[in-house]
Design a protein around this ligand. Structure first.
Ligand code: ADP
Ligand code: ZN
Length: 639
């Protein structure tokens, strides 16, 4: 008999409907309690209400429609924009024993017909559908013949034309409600941008839906922005110290750079793959698939990579080039740490980046009002990079959310940045610009300031200027930092013609005249420190609950500092090997078997039998039955 679940043949595929949402959470998903607003959202939808759910990545949106799909009678139709996303979700659901399927262009006609038949027969609880298929007459007719439980519109921001992932087909989704006014709808998105949220409501006709807005903070992500010196070496050191065996993403601006950095990482002994829109579709798909299915791979990518990556254990996101805006930064870094375990967002940022961003803005051909918006976005991004305050406060503030206290989990909180009165230094730097005719970039200007009589300096007779040598009190690196901040804060602008020389702005002139003071940050000296890898180890060492994360009181408990013992480390690796083998045998990603958090709990709790194994978070009935023996055996061997 055809079955959409992975239940054995003896199972009754039509039965086992959980009576309540909490039943479903415990028996199917293996979790104890709901998180945040999940319980309210699910309750509202189960009762037939419409909902708009705004929750960050990793917040637990999927359960908000998957549980109602199990509790309500009929089929839940999930609209999802990407084939890869649908496939991964359906794979994970089937692992849990849920009757789920997808309908998209990757299915042959016979397979598609089989799914359609199962829908009409009610043999399936969830069907994932691509939006373009949904609005076809054939599918609309199919819906008319199906008993419907719920419409879930995932990645709802795709309806926004101004957002990052516009999908025109999303605009037609209001047809679902017109044809099936009594079937509840739930739209979900992780977009933090207020304009896009308003658009979603409007375009999807969700004006009467109840809005569930969560905090967009991602407390498990540590934000760091380091001054760029030699970006590759800096990143390599960061990876060695913090993520010697973790998977992560490195974002670069250009396709060339993506290829170069990926090749270089491989030379350094770090397995990496490239991803950008210029690669053949098969290569992209193959690389993405390897990233998802393997453990420690680094994906070096342009922003073409990321949407629809559901991998929960992406432990770091690095930016070797600045993102386009703070919205983009939030989205891109947000791909780290979906599982709630500690993760790092690391960016190298320097003078050349600021100059490039300013030039791009000047070159933009957008009209005045659009340009004003772009300028605002750029200032916000630069403000974030240059801040000496808590980065998380700056970031959340940009999304109209207030974090009352500094977070304690970003570079400026962990290693407070000193500021200094840079008024005199700024005056020197600005007058060097002025006296050399507002044509030169930082390199030459710094030579003038520190009194370095290079050929160019002598040739231009800049050694005769009053500013020549007035900046010997600071090093070249410090002057670089001063100029970067002057450009970033808009006291200098970048000339478009020629070689990107600096020009004074009105604000810069005011500084020279002594009408304005300048506060500068003292860039921290880079040093090695402990990171996520240690945090994971500390976590298991203290035997705490992974789902509680590392924030909060748990961290300060006695023993929190202890390193993972050699025995724990061996068990952790053996459990991962066991998971990999099981995943390979079924050609599914390892996290579909168990998340890292579940394995870490195995290390911490060392269950001995089914009864204790069943209590691990992420172990539902189905996984207990299928996998407990294999993992218990590994634990026994390491007893
Ligand atoms: P989103 O879609 O919002 O990015 P997911 O639905 O993928 O988030 O959930 C993120 C992670 O949190 C997943 O690993 C999921 O299994 C886990 N999770 C969700 N809800 C709970 C819960 N109530 N208890 C424990 N873990 C949960
Ligand atoms: Zn902070």
């Amino acid at each position: 008999m055809f079955s959409y679940s992975n239940r054995g043949a003896s199972d009754d595929a039509s039965g086992q409907q959980p009576a309540t949402a909490l039943d479903a959470l415990r028996t199917v998903f293996g979790y104890d309690s709901f998180r945040g607003q999940q319980a309210d959202i699910i309750d509202h939808v189960v009762r037939g209400g419409d909902a708009l759910v705004l929750m960050p990545t990793g917040g637990g949106k999927s359960l908000c429609y998957q549980i109602p799909a199990l509790v309500r009678d009929g089929v839940t139709v999930v609209v999802s924009p990407l084939i890869a996303l649908m496939r991964d979700q359906v794979t994970a659901l089937r692992e849990l024993g849920v009757r789920a399927a997808f309908l998209n262009s990757s299915l042959g006609p016979a397979e598609a017909r089989e799914v359609e038949r199962a829908m009409v027969q009610g043999e399936i609880d969830l069907v994932y559908v691509a939006p373009e298929r949904l609005v076809t007459p054939r599918f609309l007719d199919l819906l008319d013949r199906t008993r419907l439980a719920l419409f879930a519109l995932d990645e709802a921001h795709c309806v926004s034309q101004w957002g990052h992932d516009f999908r025109p087909e999303y605009l037609q989704l209001s047809i679902l409600h017109e044809r099936h006014p009594t079937v509840p709808r739930i739209a979900l998105t992780a977009t933090a941008d207020v304009q896009t949220r308003a658009e979603i409501k409007d375009k999807l006709g969700l004006t009467d839906a109840r809005v569930f807005l969560s905090s967009f903070d991602r407390p498990n992500i540590t934000y760091r922005v380091v001054p760029k010196k030699s970006e590759r070496q800096q990143m390599l050191a960061f990876l060695r110290d913090n993520h010697p065996e973790d998977a992560g993403i490195v974002y670069c601006m250009s396709r060339n750079k993506v290829e170069e950095v990926a090749a270089w990482l491989n030379q350094q002994g770090r397995e990496a793959l490239p991803y950008h829109a210029g690669l053949p579709a098969e290569t992209r798909e193959a690389n993405q698939d390897r990233f998802i299915k393997s453990e420690g791979l680094v994906m070096v990518a342009t922003v073409a990579f990321g949407m629809g990556i559901d991998k929960p254990n992406v432990r770091f996101v690095c930016h070797l080039d600045p993102p386009k805006s703070l919205e983009a930064y939030y989205q891109e870094t947000g791909r780290a740490g979906r599982d709630g375990l500690p993760a790092n967002a690391w960016m190298a940022y320097g003078m050349a980046d600021v100059v490039m961003l300013r030039q791009m803005l000047e070159q933009s051909e957008a009209g005045d009002s659009h340009r004003r918006v772009e300028r605002g976005k750029l200032e916000a991004l630069l403000g974030f990079c240059e801040t000496s305050d808590c980065r998380r406060q700056v970031l959340l503030n940009y999304f109209n959310e207030t974090l009352p206290e500094p977070c304690g989990n970003c570079d400026t909180c962990l290693d407070p940045v000193e500021t200094w009165d840079g008024t005199v230094a700024a005056q020197k730097a600005l007058s060097a610009v002025y006296r050399t005719g507002q044509r030169y970039g930082a390199g030459h200007l710094i030579d003038v300031l520190v009194g370095n009589a290079t050929e160019k300096v002598v040739q231009q007779q800049h050694d005769r200027l009053k500013t020549f040598g007035v900046g010997k009190d600071l090093t070249k690196v410090e002057w670089q930092s001063v100029y970067r901040q002057l450009v970033a804060t808009g006291l200098l602008t970048v000339d478009l013609e020629g070689y990107g020389g600096f020009r004074l702005t009105d604000a810069g002139v005011a500084v020279i005249k002594g009408e304005r003071v300048v506060k500068l940050r003292k860039d921290p000296v880079l040093e090695r420190r402990r990171g996520v890898h240690d945090a994971l180890r500390r976590h298991t060492a203290r035997g705490g609950s992974v789902s509680g994360g590392l924030s909060g009181e748990g961290v300060s408990r006695a023993g929190a500092r202890g390193a993972l013992s050699a025995a724990d480390d061996a068990l952790w690796h053996a459990l991962k090997d066991c998971r990999t083998a099981l995943a390979k045998a079924q050609a599914v990603p390892p996290y579909v078997i168990f998340h890292d958090s579940t394995l870490l709990e195995m290390v911490a709790q060392r269950p001995r039998d089914h009864a204790t194994f069943a209590h691990l978070p992420g172990v539902g009935g189905r996984k207990l039955e299928r996998y407990a023996d294999a993992f218990l055996e590994v634990i026994r061997q390491h007893g």
